[in-house]
Design a protein around this ligand. Structure first.
Ligand code: GLA
Length: 440
């Protein structure tokens, strides 16, 4: 059989072997990733604290384990680009840079696992990674999947530099098959859509959900509010195309959380946390957890924002409104008829007093209470016509967790799902969690 025939045959069995309905990441993955904050710093001689090395990942695993992150759900420690040696080994396997990872990846995976965490790694479907390290060409897919599994890797970020659409069309599904064939549960994060402009007809989101657990749709986040706003605009301008693609085990990925770095104010940091929760986005931090100020820590560890992000229905939220006043309203349905609202100000002058009501935001008649996620206050006795005035800071948000207080069939005219009985216990746990936070 020629190579094309082999590939066609593999693609034919793909729907049997590549389906990602495998119980992994039923809620968006949470963890830490090196790239946005530490990039491709390979200078361990002059910058030992920040270079891409096993010490950096051990340090971050320690922080996740010791500083309460793990209990909140942040569990993946993810190596990005620049971990590799420039050469494969004699058997054709990828190997880590021997100076910066002297213990090897298996030992690092062990260290991470001993702390109850999981290890992620990076590779590239192409000739070279984005930073010029060895890529995974089509003939190397199987051996790379096997190598990662043999090291105990739990998550693969598969990038798409120095490649082309044909190679990607073959390679991304083939890697999915190869990972499944290892027998090790490995979360598969595909950068594929980002290399195809992120939208149908070039991106087939049904296929994406079949073969990948999550996928990058758009450009890389940078450490700035401008970059963050460009991502938010793209995701919500295209919500009709991408929002239906998300669900348990299959997530759109607007890229890492940059909270704790240099580019965002405290208000902007809350905005990122709030919008990533609305988007059901992976919560992958990329910040120096060893030197994190308390403001950023409190935002990243906000239990209600996390519970909203991790809602078991897994319905990605939508933008409801873009007001002339440059206030935008975002909404996400949650289980047991709860919901989340985010009011974002794009203004640059002063806190804006926004007047609305739940009825204007399509809520049905009934009684509600709203928990303000970042101030910890509860607004009781709301109904759909109660006039609400919110003060929203420039580039900031007000985020509400809204609970119906009277029974009704449906509380939002846009509702499109309700929890299955299987999910009910998790619903109750999560709502208990939220109620606990109410009283904090
Ligand atoms: C691409 C990806 C980034 C990062 C870099 C590494 O740009 O989108 O997230 O992995 O490559 O080189």
């Amino acid at each position: 059989m020629g190579p094309i025939a082999v590939i066609l045959q593999l693609l034919a069995v793909m729907s049997l072997t590549a389906a990602k309905d495998d119980g992994l990441v039923r809620t968006p993955p949470m963890g830490w990733m090196a790239w946005e904050r530490f990039r491709c710093d390979v200078d361990c001689k002059d910058d030992p604290e920040n270079c891409i090395s096993e010490a950096l990942f051990r340090d971050m695993a320690d922080r996740l384990y010791e500083d309460g992150w793990k209990e909140l759900g942040y569990e993946y420690v993810i190596i990005d680009d620049c971990w590799m040696s420039m050469e494969r080994d004699k058997e054709g396997r990828l190997q880590p840079d021997p100076v910066r990872f002297p213990g090897g990846i298996a030992k690092l995976a062990n260290y991470v696992h001993e702390r109850g965490l999981k290890l992620g790694i990076y590779a590239d479907m192409g000739t070279f990674t984005c930073m010029g390290f060895p890529g995974t060409t089509l003939d190397k897919i199987q051996i790379d999947a096997q190598t990662f599994a043999s090291w105990g890797v739990d998550y693969l970020k598969f990038d798409g530099c120095s490649s082309n659409p044909l190679v990607q069309m073959l390679g991304y599904p083939l890697m999915s098959i190869a990972l499944n064939a290892t027998g090790r549960p490995i979360v598969y994060s595909c950068s594929w859509p980002a290399y195809l402009g992120g939208l149908p007809p070039f991106v087939n989101y049904n296929l994406m959900g079949e073969i990948c657990h999550l996928w990058r749709n758009y450009y890389d986040i940078q450490d700035s509010w401008d970059s963050l706003q460009a991502i938010v605009d793209w995701f919500f301008n295209n919500q009709d195309e991408i929002q239906p693609a998300a669900g348990p085990g299959r997530w759109n990925d607007p890229d890492m959380l940059i909270i704790g770095n240099f580019g965002l104010s405290m208000d902007e940091s809350r905005s990122q946390m709030a919008l990533w929760a609305i988007m059901a986005a992976p919560l992958i931090m990329s910040t120096d957890l060893r030197h994190l100020d308390n403001g950023a820590r409190a935002i990243l560890q906000n239990k209600v924002a996390i519970a909203i992000n991790q809602d078991p229905l897994g319905i990605q939220g939508r933008r409801l409104l873009k007001e002339k006043s440059r206030i935008e309203v975002y909404w996400r349905p949650l289980f047991q008829s709860a919901s989340a609202l985010v009011f974002l100000s794009r203004r640059t002058d002063m806190p804006y007093r926004y007047h609305t009501s739940l009825g204007k935001l399509h809520y049905e008649e009934g009684n509600y209470e709203a928990y303000d996620v970042f101030t910890g206050t509860t607004v009781k006795g709301l109904n759909s016509t109660t006039e609400i005035t919110l003060s929203i800071n420039p580039s900031g948000v007000v985020m509400w967790y809204v609970l119906p207080t009277t029974k009704a069939q449906s509380h939002h005219r846009h509702r499109n799902a309700s929890p299955s009985s299987e999910e009910t216990s998790r619903v109750q746990i999560s709502q208990r969690e939220i109620r606990t936070s109410h009283s904090l």
